[in-house]
Design a protein around this ligand. Sequence first.
Ligand code: DHE
Length: 534
Amino acid sequence: MDTLGKAQMEQGGAKAGVPTLTAAEFEEGKQIYFERCAGCHGVLRKGATGKPLTTDKTRELGFDYLHDFITYGSAAGMPNWGTSGQLTERQVDLMTRYLLNEPPQPPEWGLAEMRGSWKLIVPVAQRPTKQMNKLDLDNLFSVTLRDTGEIALIDGASKQIIKVIETGYAVHISRMSASGRYLYVIGRDGRIDLVDLWMPEPTTVAELKIGIEARSIETSKFHGWEDKLAIAGAYWPPQYVIMDGPTLEPIKVVSTRGMTVDTQEYHPEPRVASIVASHFNPEFVVNVKETGQILMVNYEDLKNLKVTTIGAERFLHDGGFDSTGRYFLVAANARHKVAVVDTKLNLLSALVDTEGLTPHPGRGANFIHPKFGPVWATSHLGDDTISFIGTDPEKHPAQAWKIVDSVRGQGGGSLFIKTHPKSTNLWVDTPLNPDEDMRASVAVFDIKDLAKGYTVLPIAEWSGIKEGARRVVQGEYNKGGDEVWFSVWNAKDQESAIVVVDDKTRTLKHVIRDKRLITPTGKFNTYNTKMDVY
Ligand code: DHE
């Protein structure tokens, strides 16, 4: 291949037989890898949700195999970057060569770098002491506008966009402070934006960059600690940081590098996945992906930090509490398991085999199963299984931490499942299913009669948008629990929408179409997020 030969000559120190890249190509490869690949395969390419891509593996697979894999994807979840047009033929070729070369290690990001990035835009003394606007702060939706790096704040009642706020790159999630005053948003580039909802109009009052790559953020919720502290987890460098809640001033940075739970060998890149705040102790629950360790980080004394390390299972990703808020259930996705942590006693209650492939619950769904009592549910990326795990060790001990029942949904490629304490509906999306109709719709089950099967609602069709991939993603309830919002997620240059469904009648209630609504994905209702209602 011509380009390979040329590039080879331009890069010194090349390994014989391994195609090289020019400096410009290497930079481009690095950027594409960060934007498209690192989330699943890791910066050092050691693998997690995606396969390891270290050079011992890639060189064995060879150029042609890798080239085809990047072009066509795989049934196991690798996107078809080439045939979908998201990467050009030149970029596929470049990425293939990039993977045959050693990965560069990004820089570290310690307290000094964080402090250098910290912007206290409105100091606490200059902020109001009461709410200065008429917004219903308990029923706002913070909507991720993924590809513009913004969030849209939408009023739950009027469905009007109150404000679009600039945030980090490919913004990921929003979380609320315990009082409901502060909204925290984290971008994939590790940038946190802190929005004060009490200002005359919601305003970003502080900003901080906690690393090169990140996904999670949470705030202290234990009694007496409301609104005091925040924590964010980074993918790179592998670490978490505890901050002052109202200002984002970074206080304590802790590395997660260490030993894997099973083989007990050193891992250089154990990324921080989901984080939740315990309601039973002054602690954060930090889930470390590659090592499979769950860290109960006590925030009472940050100088003499006490961390309880709970060995769970590798590849921890996302999860949520049971309905009592005591047990945290987190998917070890590439191991097809859910780990259950007792946040009161700080121990592993169980490791449950979910019977489906690659569980992906989001925060999961809690409801009373007609036969088996309280359960928490997850759907799966890898197949159509929807699993129900018993969560009541006191009144239903025989069912606790077991798959008590499961049903089949529309198909694999599911990311999020949702219900609400006031609802009898269980909603399951399938945005990553290759079938066009499936990813453009949701399945809804009747909790009172799960065996009856599901009804399909054509959410994308209801949006009125005809063009594009129209992935219907992440149901989120309003505070009242009587309506559920879905994103119709299209590419950046196409129109997207939010479709609001009446929960009782399962009929279309409202469509939000607005040119500012670019690539909406996650939606976070302020009340439900603050109170962990799901
Ligand atoms: Fe997410 C939650 C990581 C891709 C939408 N995502 C999470 C969490 C993690 C994570 C660790 C849990 C945070 C917490 O609770 O503290 N997500 C990753 C990835 O590593 C991955 C697979 C690849 C990547 O490169 O980022 C990834 N995620 C996506 C998407 O492509 C999604 C569908 C669209 C988007 O906006 O990027 C997406 N992730 C979400 C959403 C949540 C989430 C909406 C929060 C769900 C909730 O209900 O709390």
